[in-house]
Ligand binder design. Structure first.
Ligand code: FES
Length: 346
């Protein structure tokens, strides 16, 4: 059946002035000539579709079996199940469609006639003549001043569009604003700004932070400090996660010995990947997970990155306590908070 079709296509092609001297006789597929091969191919397509169905159902079951909100473990399992289910669901359909098309759909070949892409000689000559006539009419060859001015104008006109694009890619931004946060502002006469709950703005006593507890923290009285306009900007940079662990579990490098207080540590909540709030803390492993792209930071090891796309640890906020036992920040962060991008600009 196929050879007959090819013959007619060739004829049609030649009628349109198109010839394919390399056209070979069409070879029938196994499934065209052997009914058992066709049946086998059909069952393979059905099998691939079943893989897709099982994958999709498995993904949905996994999603409900491992609810995201319970722990990091269930979050990972739920995400893995969803990803595998979605992957198998799409892969099965894709492979089935390809296999179906290649082995079971009607096997016909079409030859499409195509005219030559280049214009004919007469059209090209007319275009060149028109261009030359335009140049001659403009009298530009006899006016070098005009020619120079036009060339300069054409060369300079795109600059207002291009320069800002280039400028925004160069490292000349004032990044110091990312390196400074509201923690640097100590109330007069105090050793540092108090750490306060977010929300609530209630100062936190070290004694209230039990092992394993987690506090979302902002600088105390940040609203009064920065004013309403700047409040949200400053809050976004200064947010901190406070946790307490057994001091024996903390690995502290030289120079940071007085940055924590009896196992209480404070780290920026702004992910060093692209800045999402990092807030999923798993007490057993002491890992902190960013929900956006799964970067995982080890709080027992100075928030080192142990998984994911983030490239540097979360900046640590040095803390201590004041005379009344409230936690205070003894200085600002020692490096810019947020995406590593800012750090590379330094
Ligand atoms: S923003 Fe945190 S991993 Fe991407």
């Amino acid at each position: 059946m196929s050879e007959k079709h090819i013959t007619s296509s060739e004829t049609a092609g030649r009628a349109n002035g198109f010839e394919n001297p390399g056209l070979e006789p069409h070879r029938p597929r196994m499934s065209d000539t052997d009914p058992r091969a066709a049946k086998r191919a059909e069952m393979q397509v059905v099998g691939l579709l079943v893989v897709s169905i099982v994958g999709a159902i498995g993904g949905v079951v996994g999603f409900f079996l491992f609810p995201a909100g319970e722990s990091l473990g269930t979050l990972r399992l739920g995400n893995t199940a969803l990803g595998l289910g979605l992957g198998l669901g799409l892969l099965g359909i894709g492979l089935a469609a390809v296999h179906w098309a290649k082995s079971l759909m009607n096997d016909t070949e079409q030859v499409e006639a195509r005219h030559e892409l280049a214009s004919d000689e007469r059209t090209r000559a007319a275009a060149v003549a028109g261009l030359e006539a335009g140049i001659k009419d403009a009298n530009i060859a006899r006016r070098p001043l005009l020619k120079g001015a036009l060339a300069s104008a054409l060369a300079l006109a795109p600059l207002p569009f291009v320069l800002p694009l280039i400028g925004n890619l160069t490292p000349d931004w004032d990044i110091s604003r990312f390196a400074r946060t509201a923690w640097r502002n100590k109330p007069a006469g105090s050793a540092g700004r108090r750490l306060a709950t977010d929300p609530g703005d209630v100062p936190i006593r070290a004694a209230d932070v039990t092992i394993g507890s987690v506090f979302h923290v902002i600088p105390h009285e940040l609203g009064e400090l920065e004013g309403e306009d700047e409040f949200l900007n400053e809050k976004a940079k200064a947010v901190v996660l406070l946790v307490r662990m057994d001091p024996a579990d903390l690995n502290i490098s030289p120079g940071r010995e007085d940055w924590s207080y009896h196992g209480i540590v404070a780290y920026s909540k702004v992910c060093t990947h692209v800045g999402c709030p990092v807030a999923l803390y798993e007490q057993n492993t002491k890992h902190l997970l960013c929900p956006c792209h799964q970067s995982t930071f080890d709080l027992a090891n100075e928030a080192r990155v142990i998984f994911g796309p983030a490239k540097r640890p979360l900046p640590q906020l040095p803390i201590s306590v004041d005379d009344e036992g409230y936690l205070i920040a003894t200085s600002d962060f020692h490096e810019p908070v947020g995406p590593s991008y800012w750090e590379r600009l330094k």
